[in-house]
Design a protein around this ligand. Structure first.
Ligand code: HEM
Length: 149
């Protein structure tokens, strides 16, 4: 697993290492079904974003396809899959990369709403679902950068 994430990511990485060890016979990425699972997650999430009146206008590109792939690759790398994200985009520094976007509690709620639907679409076993959701929920909080409307 790549370990050069920003501080918020690093806290999570350390926590998740416990689960990625021998007890589970492999890492979380493999456990949940590898690339196909993250591809489905990102696709379902961006289906929601495409019709969201608050989130869609925040995306610099009209075509959400490239953003969808970036999210997929980031999550694959984060959970112990190939480091393709890093090869294409460099160090994640997600908080910094989000600093141009106004992420207030309302934006966070919308993001999590679509992510909830995406996670549900995977029908993962409960422990895996809780692990994935717990991370996404906290990561979304870490991305908050304003409390203004
Ligand atoms: C909390 C609400 C959030 C909002 C409103 C938001 C919004 C955005 C926007 C507008 C972009 C630019 C699209 C692009 O060009 O890729 C972006 C990029 C990205 N977001 Fe978020 N995001 C949020 C949370 C998160 C979270 C929690 C994660 C990870 C768990 C995440 C992962 C990413 C990634 C990997 C990229 C692409 C970064 C790059 O390589 O340039 N986002 N996000």
């Amino acid at each position: 697993m790549a370990n050069n994430f920003d501080d918020a990511d690093r806290v999570e990485t350390v926590r998740i290492r416990g689960l990625s060890g021998e007890a589970t016979g492999g890492n979380f990425y493999k456990l949940v079904g590898g690339s196909e699972t993250f591809k489905k997650l990102a696709a379902k999430f961006y289906e929601g974003v495409a019709s969201d009146p608050l989130l869609k206008p925040m995306y610099p590109e009209e075509d959400l396809g490239p953003a969808q792939l970036r999210l997929q690759l980031f999550l694959e790398q984060y959970w112990g899959g190939p480091a393709t994200y890093q090869e294409l985009r460099g160090h994640p520094r997600l908080r910094m990369r989000h600093s141009d976007f106004k992420i207030n509690p309302a934006a966070r709620e919308r993001w999590l709403l679509h992510m909830r639907a995406a996670v549900d679409s995977l029908s993962l076993p409960q422990t895996q679902e809780a692990e994935l959701w717990g991370y996404l929920d906290r990561a979304a909080t870490a991305m908050l950068n304003t409390f203004e409307d």
